[in-house]
Write a new protein. Structure first.
Length: 131
């Protein structure tokens, strides 16, 4: 995202601005695409998003994946998370959701990642209405 993207969008409308976002906390390969990531990368993306959202006066932020979906994907296509092209009846569905396997703020067992703390701290702040 360009650093001024949300501000540019905000200037184009008088309607409430809602951002839907997700960012994986681990890398993946999907076909020719190789995406490197880590929990630190997810945290940095979320911090960047919060900064830009405040600048643009975003009304709502929705994180698409509260939990990692890797366990569900493993149930859908056993072994395919580790071997990208292994056979599976639900391969098309699996491949569509694979990039989001580790996009949760909580891991698949409900344990918080560093990004979950950032999310909670951001929304725990007290806001005062401007006059």
């Amino acid at each position: 995202l360009p650093s001024d993207y949300l501000s540019r969008v905000e200037r184009q409308t008088t309607r409430p601005l809602v951002v839907f976002a997700a960012y994986p906390s681990s890398g993946f390969q999907a076909g020719p695409l190789i995406f490197s990531s880590s929990e630190a990368s997810q945290f940095n993306y979320l911090a960047f998003l919060f900064e830009r959202a405040e600048e643009a006066d975003v009304d709502y932020i929705v994180w698409d994946y509260p939990y990692d979906i890797s366990q569900r994907l493993e149930e859908l296509c056993p072994g395919r998370l580790g071997v990208a092209n292994s056979a599976c009846e639900q391969a098309t569905l699996f491949d569509r959701w694979r990039p989001h396997a580790a996009s949760g703020l909580l891991d698949g067992t409900g344990q918080p990642k560093p990004s979950a703390t950032l999310w909670n701290d951001f929304f725990a702040r007290v806001y005062l209405a401007s006059e």
